[in-house]
Design a protein around this ligand. Sequence first.
Ligand SMILES: NC(=O)C1=CN([C@@H]2O[C@H](COP(=O)(O)OP(=O)(O)OC[C@H]3O[C@@H](n4cnc5c(N)ncnc54)[C@H](OP(=O)(O)O)[C@@H]3O)[C@@H](O)[C@H]2O)C=CC1
Ligand SMILES: O=C(O)C1=N[C@H](C(=O)O)C[C@H](O)C1
Length: 269
Amino acid sequence: MSSRIGIVGCAGRMGRMLTEVINRTEGCSVSGGTELPGSPNLGKDLGELAGIGALGVKVGDSAKKLFESSDVVIDFTVPVATLSHAKLAAETGCALVVGTTGMTVEQVSELEQCAAKAPIVFARNMSLGVNLLMTLVQQVAAALDEDYDIEIVEMHHRHKVDAPSGTALVLGEAAAAGRGVALDQVADKVRDGIVGARKRGDIGFATLRGGDVVGDHSVIFAADGERIELGHRASNREVFARGAVRAARWLKDKPAGFYDMQDVLGLKS
Ligand SMILES: NC(=O)C1=CN([C@@H]2O[C@H](COP(=O)(O)OP(=O)(O)OC[C@H]3O[C@@H](n4cnc5c(N)ncnc54)[C@H](OP(=O)(O)O)[C@@H]3O)[C@@H](O)[C@H]2O)C=CC1
Ligand SMILES: O=C(O)C1=N[C@H](C(=O)O)C[C@H](O)C1
C-alpha cells in the first residue's frame, strides 16, 4: 500500500523539495502540507509551489488534520513548531521524521519523550554522505592524540538562522566520542578578541554564511607538520529530501521509538 506522507512547513526550501521527491517516489504520495495560519501560501497547490505542476493538494494550516490523515509526517521547520508537531505525533501515533536543527538539549529531550508514543526519526543531516562521514570522523579522532587539533568549518546560505549548523555539531560529537570526551566539555564555538592560545584538546567551530551555499562541512585535524581534512559538500537539497523520504518509508511499520539516520541506513554496528 502507498505511504501517505504529509509535509509540515511545505512552502519552505526543504518543504518544496520534499513535495518534488515524494511525488516522484514510487509507492509514496503527498497527503497534504501545512504552513502557519496567516501564511500567504495557504490554499496554494503544493505541486505549484514546488514548481512541478498542480497535484490537487492544497496548503492547509491544521497540523492536527495532517497527522490524522498521514502515515508519516516530515518536519523541516523551526524548533518550537517541531515540538508541537511531535506532541501531535504522540497523540495520534503517526510516525514523524524530523530534520529541524537549532534545538536545545532540553528540546531534543522533549522530542525523545514524544517518541515513547510514536516512532520518530531525528537527524540533523539526512544525507548518506554526512552519515558516513560521522563514522570516519569518529575513527580518525580515535586514532589520533591531542597533538592533532580538531577544527570544524561549515558554510551555508545567507538565510540560515542557527549556528553552528546541526551537522557541524553532529560531527563535533563524533570527534569527541572518538576521543572519549563529551563535546560540551571541549567545544569552542566563538572566538572574538584576545581569546588566548588554543587550548589543547578543544574542538573548535567556525561558521560561514553567504550566498546560496547548500551545505559545506570540513573536519580538520591539524598537527605540527601535517593536516588531515575530511569533508562533505551538498550541491543540492535533494540529498536531504531523499534521505528524509527513505526515513519515512523505513519508519512506516516501526514501533514507537527514537531513531536516527544511522538506524535507517543500517550503519550501526
Ligand atoms: N536534517 C537535514 O538534513 C536538514 C535540515 N535542515 C533544517 O531544516 C530546517 C528548515 O530549513 P529550510 O527549509 O531551509 O527553512 P525554511 O525557512 O525555508 O522553511 C521552514 C518552513 O517552515 C514553516 N513553518 C514555521 N513554523 C511552522 C509551523 N508551526 N507549521 C507549519 N510550518 C511552519 C516556515 O514558514 P514561515 O517562513 O512563514 O516562517 C517555512 O515555510 C532548518 O532547521 C534547517 O537547518 C535543512 C536542510 C537539511
Ligand atoms: O539549514 C540548512 O540549509 C541546512 N541545515 C542542516 C544543518 O544545520 O546542518 C543540514 C544541511 O547542512 C543544510
